[in-house]
Design a protein around this ligand. Structure first.
Ligand SMILES: *[C@@H]1O[C@H](CO)[C@@H](O)[C@H](O)[C@H]1NC(C)=O
Ligand SMILES: *[C@@H]1O[C@H](CO)[C@@H](O)[C@H](O)[C@H]1NC(C)=O
Ligand SMILES: *[C@@H]1O[C@H](CO)[C@@H](O)[C@H](O)[C@H]1NC(C)=O
Ligand SMILES: *[C@@H]1O[C@H](CO)[C@@H](O)[C@H](O)[C@H]1NC(C)=O
Ligand SMILES: *[C@@H]1O[C@H](CO)[C@@H](O)[C@H](O)[C@H]1NC(C)=O
Length: 293
C-alpha cells in the first residue's frame, strides 16, 4: 500500500471515529479529513465572502452559513466571539460601509494568500488584504491577516484564531494621517470617535438600552473618564473598544448598546489580565493539532 493510501485510510478512520463519538448530539464530524486542496478552496471562499461588497450580503444573512452554530472565534487585540449570529456581525457586518467614524476599514481587495499550510480540517494562512479607511483621509493600505481556521464536515467554520499582524503600526499610521503631531492627531481622533459613538447612542440606544443620561454625559465619559486605548486595548475599558462596537449597534441595539456604555457590557472592561489572555484555554470544538501525524 502506498503511503498516501495508508494516510487516506487512516484519515477516514479518524473521521468515522470522530463522527461516531459525536453521534448522540450531532452527526457532523468536527475533524473531517478534508485534504489540502479543499482546505485551500475553503480558505479562498472565506476571503471571497469577506471582501466588500460580498460582505454586505453575508451580513444581511444575519446567521451566515459559513459558520457552524457553535463557532468560536478569537481576534487579536479584541476579545472572543461565540456563535453564528455574533460572528456574522463581527466578521462581516463590522467591515461593511457605515456612517460611523471608525478605525475599522473596508476590505476592498485585492486579497492574496501569501503563506498557506493545511492538514485534515485545519488551515493556517497569512493573507494580505487591501483596505480603505474612510474615516482616515480615505487612506488605502494593505493589512496582513494571520488566520488559523478549522472546518467541520459540513464545511462550516467551527473555530478561528485571527491576528492582525503589525496592527500597532497600522493604528499609528492611521492616527498620524490626521495630524503630523501625535498629540494633536490623538485629540482629533478622540473628538471624532467620541462624537460618532454618542450620536449612534442617541439614535439607537433608547428605552431600556439607554447607557448615558445625555449626549454631554456620553461625550464627557468617553473623553475624560476612560483611556483612549492603545492598539492592544480594543477589548478593554477604552474609547477605542467602544468605537469598534459602535458599528454593531445598528444591527442589534439590545445586544450591542451596552458595549458602548459605561460598564462596557462584558466586551470593553479591564477584567482580562495579560496572563489570563495568554493562558486561556478557549477552543473546544476541534483540536488545533491534526489527529494524524
Ligand atoms: C449519520 O450519517 C450517516 C452517514 O451519512 C447516516 O448513515 C446515519 O444514519 C446518520 N445518523 C444520524 C443519527 O442521523
Ligand atoms: C439566528 O440564529 C439565532 C440563534 O440560533 C436565532 O435565535 C435567531 O433567530 C436567528 N436569526 C435569524 C434572522 O434567523
Ligand atoms: C475612497 O477611496 C475609494 C477607493 O480608492 C474610492 O472608490 C472612493 O471614492 C473614495 N472616497 C472618497 C470620499 O474619497
Ligand atoms: C496642535 O494644535 C494646536 C491647536 O490647533 C496648535 O496651536 C499647535 O501648533 C499644534 N501643534 C503642533 C505641534 O502641530
Ligand atoms: C429608538 O431606537 C430605534 C432603533 O433602535 C429607533 O428605530 C426608534 O425610532 C427610536 N425611538 C425613539 C423614540 O427615538
Amino acid at each position: 500500500m502506498k503511503l498516501d493510501k495508508v494516510l487516506a485510510a487512516v484519515l477516514s478512520l479518524a473521521d468515522a471515529a470522530a463522527v461516531s463519538s459525536r453521534q448522540d448530539t450531532t452527526n457532523v464530524s468536527s475533524t473531517p479529513a478534508l485534504g489540502y486542496d479543499e482546505l485551500w478552496l475553503l480558505q479562498n471562499e472565506f476571503y471571497e465572502r469577506f471582501m466588500y461588497p460580498n460582505n454586505i450580503k453575508e451580513a444581511r444573512a444575519i446567521n451566515s452559513t459559513i459558520f457552524s452554530d457553535d463557532v468560536q472565534g478569537r481576534v487579536s487585540d479584541t476579545r472572543n466571539f461565540e456563535g453564528r449570529e455574533l460572528n456574522t456581525e463581527y466578521i462581516f457586518g463590522l467591515f461593511t460601509p457605515t456612517d460611523a467614524v471608525s478605525v475599522i476599514g473596508r476590505p476592498i481587495g485585492p486579497y492574496e494568500i501569501l503563506q498557506f499550510a493545511a492538514n485534515q480540517n485545519i488551515a493556517s494562512a497569512t493573507t494580505r488584504v487591501g483596505f480603505i479607511f474612510p474615516s482616515f483621509k480615505n487612506l488605502s493600505l494593505p493589512v496582513t491577516i494571520d488566520t488559523w481556521i478549522s472546518w467541520n464536515s459540513e464545511r462550516q467554520i467551527t473555530q478561528y484564531d485571527v491576528t492582525f499582524r503589525w496592527f500597532g503600526y497600522l493604528f499609528e499610521t492611521l492616527l498620524l494621517s490626521l495630524d503630523s503631531d501625535p498629540t494633536n492627531a490623538t485629540a482629533k481622533a478622540v473628538n471624532a470617535l467620541a462624537t460618532s459613538i454618542c450620536s449612534t447612542h442617541t439614535r439607537y440606544c433608547n428605552g431600556t438600552n439607554t447607557q448615558y443620561d445625555s449626549p454631554e454625559d456620553c461625550y464627557h465619559f468617553l473623553t475624560q473618564e476612560i483611556r483612549v486605548g492603545q492598539s492592544f486595548e480594543l477589548g478593554m475599558n477604552t474609547l477605542m473598544c467602544r468605537s469598534v462596537h459602535e458599528i454593531m449597534v445598528r444591527y442589534r441595539p439590545d445586544v450591542h448598546c451596552s458595549h458602548i456604555g459605561k460598564d462596557g457590557g462584558g466586551m470593553c472592561d479591564d477584567s482580562m489580565s495579560y496572563a489570563f489572555k495568554v493562558d486561556e484555554k478557549y477552543f473546544t470544538n476541534s483540536p488545533w493539532i491534526p489527529q494524524v501525524f
